[in-house]
Design a protein around this ligand. Structure first.
Ligand code: 13P
Ligand code: SF4
Length: 388
């Protein structure tokens, strides 16, 4: 199993004064308090109170933090990781409450993998993902029915973690698997052992970049536009395809352009360019390396001191990496900075609100997936986890 970084003894928390009263005055047992009363709490008070609430909850709470979270939040994560590591952690977590500092589809996956006595909390319910929103279960079912109507095509669905629980369930029910950016190639190989074609949902770029690296030529890939009949393709094009790529993308990673690669190479001769596989095909081709979130971390950490890196991914990860590896130059590939605005919605105030309510016995912002969806989505997630 991949090693997780245990941050529960974060040095920055040392010396934080523990308030005498652990239950803040705003929160009453049995009465979940409104988030609005936390809006104006300054970050410094938040840090003190989060540390106190966390200490009070002890083993009952596990805080999971995605690498794209802001520093003021991720410092409190017991486990930090990419979406694959965090899903593994969610499946193994012991705490009664799993507080997920990430986005909605990640918390949903944690709810699918959790044990029966656990509850999953997303500190801000508006932390969604624009890519996950680009595939709706009704559209996916229509796509599947249109493909089936073409005859025996042998299509295996592979859905990226960045999708709704309903689409994961669809995938599990139809013999497919979930994947993340860390294991997309392994999952695709698994899929091709089961059928001739992969329907890859919802990230066009991750699907194309992964399939191309596996040796599948571009002319055997088609894009499925859910707003057009047969995805905008002819029946012949669908029959010829090895990969059917859902027309979806990440608004953060799609901002990186080949021009950024050319510019950074001009300005920093010898710099290595590493980009996330959610970037456009042309950007990946122009880069030196492609890496999932964990892949980027490993590549930079394994490089010798003095190395120079331009990184094409979410900027919180890039900044943190540059702070933690001061003996290397680590810069964002896009000088105009790419923030994932939905990851950014999880503020220290939201985390504090969720934790102080738990201290008072109130579970706020619980994420729940219904039993049927959980059953099939779990099949698709466990297929992926079994491939580690
Ligand atoms: P990872 O699978 O690399 O954690 O990516 C999740 C994500 O949302 C990237 O945009
Ligand atoms: Fe979604 Fe992109 Fe944000 Fe990842 S970075 S959570 S894919 S919007």
């Amino acid at each position: 199993m991949a090693t997780l970084i245990n941050l529960s003894k974060t040095p920055s928390l040392a010396g934080i004064r523990q308030p005498a009263t652990l239950r803040p005055p705003e929160v009453e047992p049995g009465v979940a308090c409104d988030f609005d009363s936390y809006l104006l709490t300054p970050d410094t008070s938040c840090s003190e109170r989060i540390a106190a609430a966390k200490a009070r909850l002890g083993q009952d709470v596990v805080i999971l933090g995605h690498h794209y979270q802001r520093d003021e939040v991720i410092q409190f994560a017991d486990f930090r990781g990419d979406s694959l590591k965090l899903s593994q952690q969610a499946a193994e977590a012991q705490g009664r409450y799993i507080v997920f500092c990430g986005v909605h589809f990640m918390a949903e996956s944690a709810d699918i993998l959790r044990r029966s006595h656990q509850e999953v909390i997303l500190p801000d319910l508006s932390a969604g993902c624009s890519m996950a929103d680009m595939a709706d279960i009704g559209q996916v079912e229509t796509c599947w029915n249109e493909l089936q109507a073409l005859g025996n095509l042998q299509v295996v669905p592979v859905t990226y973690m960045n999708s709704t629980a309903a689409i994961k369930a669809f995938t599990g029910e139809h013999g497919g698997s979930v994947c993340t950016s860390s294991n997309a190639a392994a999952v695709m190989r698994w899929a091709y052992a089961r059928g001739e074609r992969v329907l890859f949902i919802p990230d066009e770029h991750l699907g194309r970049n992964t399939a191309f690296r596996m040796g599948i030529p571009l002319d055997r890939m088609i894009v499925w536009d859910p707003y057009q009949e047969l995805g905008g393709n002819s029946p012949e094009a669908v029959r010829n395809a090895k990969v059917i790529l859902w027309k979806g993308y990440c608004s953060v990673h799609q901002r990186f352009l080949p021009e950024h690669v050319a510019k950074v190479r001009r300005e920093h001769p010898g710099i290595r360019v590493i980009v996330h596989p959610e970037c456009r095909f042309e950007v990946v081709q122009a880069a030196d390396e492609i890496g999932s979130t964990e892949g980027i971390l490993k590549a930079v950490q394994a490089s010798p001191p003095g190395s120079q890196w331009a990184v094409g991914t979410e900027v919180h990860l890039v900044h943190r990496l540059s702070q933690e590896r001061k003996d290397r130059l680590v810069i964002s590939l896009d000088p105009n900075v790419c923030v994932c605005s939905t990851m950014f919605r999880i503020t220290p105030q939201h985390l504090l609100w969720a934790l102080e309510n738990l201290v008072a016995g109130n579970v706020v912002n619980r994420i729940t997936v219904d039993d049927r969806t959980r059953h099939y989505a779990r099949i698709a997630l466990e297929r992926m986890l079994s491939l580690r």
